[in-house]
Every structure is written in structure tokens, then in C-alpha cells.
Write a protein that binds this ligand. Structure first.
Ligand code: C2O
Ligand code: CU
Length: 476
């Protein structure tokens, strides 16, 4: 039938791609129809999939991605967390021109670090990523760094804002919801409203968890202890048990959960205001095993970090303050509220919905008073620098910001004067309102790189700055 022939194709099942070292994969961005909230939604998918294909590669390998843009708007792909060449970083106006509708671009990716990564557009993330453009890359350690487990699962956490069964429209010329970012009211795991897994009693599942929402922070629980193994760029110094896992937009964690008892375990996201059921793990009766609660230490990770410990006490090389200038009718000042370290929910939805980037002018400001893209700090490859980020409790609207540095790795050594006793290399750090964090950044990768808030509406509103890393003299 004519109508059927014209209709946007349905979402496709997720592929797993395991390219060889030096291999090439095809990726496109296209429109799809996807069932959510009981009706068909017009959304986007990489190769028609939400999440996009899971790409599994070995640490140290190279991959070519032949990308085609089948959308009706320009886009790029940013490979979040990779310390690869800046020409492949996918940032429009910085590393490449946006790929126009019908155009293509060949990305060459390198994977120097183990860990769980993700890819997403770097054009109108508030709309393109929200409509389904995101996927994972698993970089397997060169040697087997993880304990054997019965199952490996990938959880991409997301949310979407539905009203009367439809996705609330995104701003046409720029992001709406620019005040707090767009908090969805329907939570998604791997693009679905419910997650399901069946395992046998006593089995252990390694979950690779990625947060891909525009703004919402998650705090997930399984009804069982969570063994935290890794963060953005691989393993922690030491494995540790936690009851719940806070994960902000763009962060990743590697965790293991052992399901000791037959029955049903709920995967939930809980916060002081409300809790969400994300899905369930059904545990079939099996062999009773008492799982030993052992945690491992990773001497190779510790030894790598040891090379940087001498720099932990240096004075900050760069101090960044996070804030906003609100220019809103009937504008509201933070002074009227007590400051919450984390806004788990959108507490001012009407005001937020109508806020654009002019009204909510988010900024990163350095010691000199320069703001956003007027900040361009110069360093040299091999520099180890301390970056202090102060999330101003007295700005017009204090709230948490997940701050991401492209193309490099850093350690979050201190928050509010408390040193971390267990480090992991990261590329994104959640800075709660009123908090100060100190990062030790390993500027190993030459190029011009962004540092920005990963709330999609905040980056759209300009909350981004640059650092420039000149190549080492020997490599010039
Ligand atoms: Cu995942 Cu510049 O972003
Ligand atoms: Cu922000």
C-alpha cells in the first residue's frame, strides 16, 4: 500500500559488531518508528537501532567507521572517552564540519584504554541523542583483567519526556528546557520501558552501565550488593561493594552482581523523591552456592596511577567556576531555595520548558573571568595538570553538572577537601551543586579539546570551553 511504502521503517534489533583490528564497519543515522508509551514515535537510530550497534574491540586496535548521515539534519559522531586522534573526535567547528544530510565521513578510531565507551552525535544532542542516537563500545583489556562470570550485560540508561503519549517537541532553533535540562518521565533501559534478564541461582552478571539521558542522574539498585569494578576508562585500583550506584549523564561503570536466591530481583533507580522500576532479573532455582564476597586489587592500575601521585598536591593549574545568568520573566533566584547537591527531578518544569539558551545562560568561567568558548588554555603533551572545578552555590540556579573532558583521561582525586582512597581513570565527573572537585588530568593527547557540561541543554546553551595540547617537541 502507498502509505506503508512511505512509512518510516520500524526500529531494528540491536547488532553486535566484532570487527578485526584494522577493520571497517558501516554506520548510518536514520529515522525510525519506535513503540514507546503505547504509541509509535518518530525517532532516530544508528543502523535503525536504539541503542545503536554494540561494538566490541580489543584494547590497542584500530577501527574505521564509514558513517552516512541519512537524517534530514546535519550530525556528527563523537566517540566519548576515546584518547584517539582529534580529527576523529566528531566536534563540529572544532575537529570537522558537520556531516550534511546524505553526506558521509570516515572515522578512524583507536582504543588505547580498556573500558566501556559510548558514541553519540555532537550536534543538537538535546534532540538527536534524545531521539535514540547512542551506542556502546566495549574495549576489552589486552589480557584478561576481569574475573570469569556467567553473563555479560550492557545497560544504557535513558529517559524520555512523553505527554499524552507523544514525545514533547524539542526546540526548533535551539534547546528548550535549557534551565535544568530535559528530565524524562519515562525511564528506559536499552531503549525499552522494561528490562528483563533470566539467570540461574548463584550466577554472577557483569553489567556495563552507561548513562545517556539529557540531564537525569540515576541511582540504581538491584536488591543485592553491587561489586564496583570499573569506571569510565577501565578498572578501579580496588574492587568495592556498594549498595547503590549513582551515575550521571555520560558516566559509565562496570559492576558485578551475584544473584544468590531464586525469585525476582528489581532493577530500580531510587532518589529521595521517588523511585522507578526499570526492570527485573528472574533467578531460576539452581545450585545453592555461597558466593564469596571477595574483592580484588589491581596492581597494574595502581602502578599506572603511581606515576601521577607526586602531582596530587600541586596548586591548581586551572580553576573553573560553574554558574548561570538567568534572564527570565518572573525570574527566580536560587536564594529563594535551599541548594540541593543533586536535583534528582525537574522541580520547576513549567519555567524550565520555556527556557532557552538566552534565558538560561550557563557558563564555565576561569580565573581570568573568561567564559565558555573564550577560554582556550594552552598546554603541552605530557603535562600533568590539576583542574579545580567549583560549582558555585550562589549562582542564579545551582545544580549538579557532569563535566566531560574530551580526548584525555583524568583522576578525581578530591571532592570538598576529601581525598579519594580508590581511584579510576575517568573522562566525566559529576560535580554536585556547591561542591569543589580536583582533577589530575593526564594531557597525553595533542589537539584542541572540549571541556563541557554533559547536560545536553547546557552544552547547547554554551556551557563549554577548550584546552589546547601542543604536540611534544619530539613529535612535532
Ligand atoms: Cu559525550 Cu562532548 O561529549
Ligand atoms: Cu550543566
Amino acid at each position: 500500500m502507498f502509505l506503508a511504502a512511505c512509512a518510516t521503517p520500524q526500529e531494528q534489533p540491536q547488532q553486535v559488531l566484532e570487527p578485526d583490528d584494522g577493520g571497517t564497519i558501516q554506520l548510518d543515522a536514520r529515522r525510525i518508528t519506535k513503540e514507546l508509551g503505547g504509541s509509535s514515535q518518530d525517532m532516530y537510530g544508528y543502523n535503525g537501532q536504539v541503542p545503536g550497534p554494540l561494538i566490541r574491540v580489543r584494547q590497542g586496535s584500530t577501527l574505521f567507521v564509514n558513517f552516512t548521515n541519512d537524517l534530514e539534519e546535519p550530525t556528527t559522531i563523537h566517540w566519548h572517552g576515546l584518547r584517539h586522534d582529534v580529527k576523529d573526535d566528531g566536534v563540529p567547528g572544532v575537529s570537522q564540519e558537520p556531516v550534511p544530510p546524505g553526506g558521509s565521513f570516515l572515522y578512524e578510531l583507536r582504543f588505547p584504554d580498556e573500558g566501556i565507551y559510548w558514541y553519540h552525535p555532537h550536534v543538537r544532542e538535546d534532540r538527536q541523542q534524545d531521539l535514540g542516537l547512542y551506542g556502546n563500545i566495549l574495549v576489552l583489556p589486552a589480557e584478561n583483567a576481569y574475573a570469569p562470570v556467567e553473563h555479560e550485560e550492557f545497560l544504557i540508561l535513558d529517559d524520555i519526556l512523553l505527554e499524552n503519549g507523544r514525545i514533547v517537541p524539542h526546540g526548533h532553533d535551539g534547546a528548550n528546557f535549557a534551565l535544568m535540562g530535559r528530565y524524562g518521565n519515562t525511564l528506559l533501559v536499552n531503549g525499552k520501558e522494561r528490562y528483563n534478564l533470566t539467570v540461574s541461582q548463584g550466577e554472577t552478571v557483569r553489567f556495563y552501565v552507561t548513562a545517556a539521558p539529557n540531564a537525569r542522574p540515576f541511582n540504581i539498585t538491584f536488591g543485592a550488593p553491587i561489586k564496583r569494578i570499573g569506571g569510565d576508562l577501565g578498572r578501579y585500583e580496588r574492587e568495592e561493594y556498594v549498595d547503590s550506584l549513582v551515575i550521571a549523564p555520560a558516566e559509565r561503570y562496570i559492576i558485578e552482581v551475584t544473584f544468590d536466591d531464586p525469585g525476582t530481583y528489581l532493577l530500580r533507580s531510587v532518589n529521595p523523591w521517588t523511585s522507578y522500576d526499570l526492570g527485573e532479573i528472574t533467578v531460576a532455582q539452581g545450585m545453592e552456592r555461597s558466593s564469596p564476597r571477595e574483592t580484588r586489587v589491581h596492581p597494574d592500575v595502581i602502578a599506572d596511577i603511581d606515576r601521577y601521585r607526586g602531582e596530587f598536591n600541586r596548586t591548581p593549574d586551572m580553576v573553573l567556576r560553574l554558574g548561570v545568568d538567568l534572564r527570565m520573566h518572573g525570574g527566580m533566584h536560587a536564594g529563594m531555595h535551599s541548594v540541593l547537591p543533586i536535583e534528582w527531578e525537574d522541580t520547576m518544569q513549567e519555567m524550565n520548558r520555556h527556557a532557552d539558551a538566552r534565558q538560561a545562560a550557563w557558563f564555565i568561567e576561569d580565573e581570568t573571568g573568561a567564559r565558555n568558548m573564550n577560554i582556550m588554555r594552552h598546554f603541552t603533551q605530557g603535562d600533568v595538570v590539576k583542574i579545580r572545578i567549583i560549582n558555585d552555590a550562589h549562582s542564579d540556579h545551582p545544580m549538579q553538572h557532569p563535566i566531560h573532558l574530551h580526548g584525555q583521561r583524568f583522576l578525581v582525586i578530591e571532592q570538598d577537601g576529601v581525598r579519594s582512597g580508590n581511584l579510576v581513570w575517568k573522562d566525566t565527573v559529576l560535580v554536585p551543586a556547591g561542591s569543589t572537585v580536583d582533577l589530575i588530568a593526564d594531557l597525553s593527547n595533542p589537539g584542541e579539546w572540549m571541556i563541557h557540561c554533559h547536560i545536553a541543554e547546557h552544552v547547547e546553551a554554551g556551557m563549554m570551553a577548550m584546552i589546547s595540547v601542543a604536540p611534544h617537541a619530539a613529535e612535532r
